[in-house]
Design a protein around this ligand. Structure first.
Ligand code: HXC
Length: 260
């Protein structure tokens, strides 16, 4: 479709990667309502598209996203944001079945950092800067900045970022475990697409189970999580793709996954 605030297209040699690019350059990709709605629409399209196995979310080289749109929030009052559950629809990103890789260059601040953390893998360009500057505006992170960040990098580092608004560089973010890899600025999207192509080459049903099981580690006790994982492992034996994968290995040939 055609969008006002984003671009969406299929990428990768086999066209099996859905690329969503935030495209509101004049406001450093500030996440207004229209932009987040379009991200949701593009996501729904790629989730429905059987040829897409993995999604990449990126911004520009200057900014992944500089946060929720401050000018849009400026005049809002408590009763309205409470009644309308303001910005609650952002979490559509966390309900995707297909893995999402955030390819982050430049500013990932406030809601921008939070949206990156809703993704499954974060790749960063060398110029990436992560931060939760809400404290400077008299508000607090509202889309995971106090929760996902703490789980990703631990209490002391998360507390320092949230209480001081100090930014974290790409290199620090990699060291702290917030991002998995750092690349030159002009390479990060290509590298994310390459990884997404690899993920797309596997059985989609198995990829979905892997994602679901890793995410369960955030919600369940170890005992419950291990049980959940074991049952999903058992469930793979009900798929043709599991049979195909193990048969292909035994026959020393490449597997042909068909998601059945
Ligand atoms: C609206 C924004 C914006 C934002 C930047 N812009 N960030 N507009 N909302 N979050 C606009 C600026 O107003 C400006 O527009 C244009 O983008 C370029 O920005 P500059 O400030 O001129 O650029 P620069 O000097 O390079 O500084 C970049 C920056 C700064 C450090 C990223 O823009 C900045 O501090 N932005 C706000 C970051 C922030 O506080 N984010 C958290 C938001 S609260 P004009 O029209 O003036 O040219 C949040 C809550 C999430 O995210 C809660 C989720 C539930």
């Amino acid at each position: 479709g055609t969008y006002e605030f984003i671009k969406a297209e299929k990428r990768g040699e086999k066209g099996n990667v859905g690329l969503i690019q935030l495209n509101r350059p004049k406001a450093l990709n500030a996440l207004n309502d229209g932009l987040m709605k379009e991200v949701g629409e593009a996501l729904t399209q790629f989730e429905k598209d059987d040829s897409v196995g993995c999604i990449v979310l990126t911004g520009s080289e200057r900014a992944f996203a500089a946060g929720a749109d401050i000018k849009q929030m400026q005049s809002q009052e408590f009763a309205g944001v409470w009644r309308g559950n303001f910005l609650s629809h952002w979490d559509q990103l966390t309900r995707a079945n297909k893995p999402i890789i955030a390819a982050v260059n430049g500013f990932a601040l406030g809601g921008g950092c939070e949206v990156a953390m809703m993704c499954d893998i974060i790749y960063a360009g060398e110029n990436a800067q992560f931060g939760q500057p809400e404290i400077t505006l008299g508000t607090i992170p509202g889309a995971g900045g106090t929760q996902r960040l703490t789980k990703a990098i631990g209490k002391s580092k998360a507390m320092e970022m949230v209480l001081t608004a100090n930014r974290m560089s790409a290199q620090e973010a990699e060291k702290a475990g917030l991002v998995s890899k750092v690349f030159p600025v002009d390479k990060v999207v290509d590298e994310a697409i390459k990884t997404a192509e690899k993920i797309s080459s596997f059985s989609k049903i198995t990829v979905g189970m892997c994602k679901e099981s890793v995410n369960a580690a955030y919600e369940l006790s170890l005992k419950e999580g291990l049980h959940f994982e074991k049952r999903l492992f058992h469930a793979t034996f009900a798929t043709n793709d599991r049979k195909e994968g193990m048969t292909a290995f035994s026959e020393k040939r490449a597997p042909n996954f068909t998601d059945s």
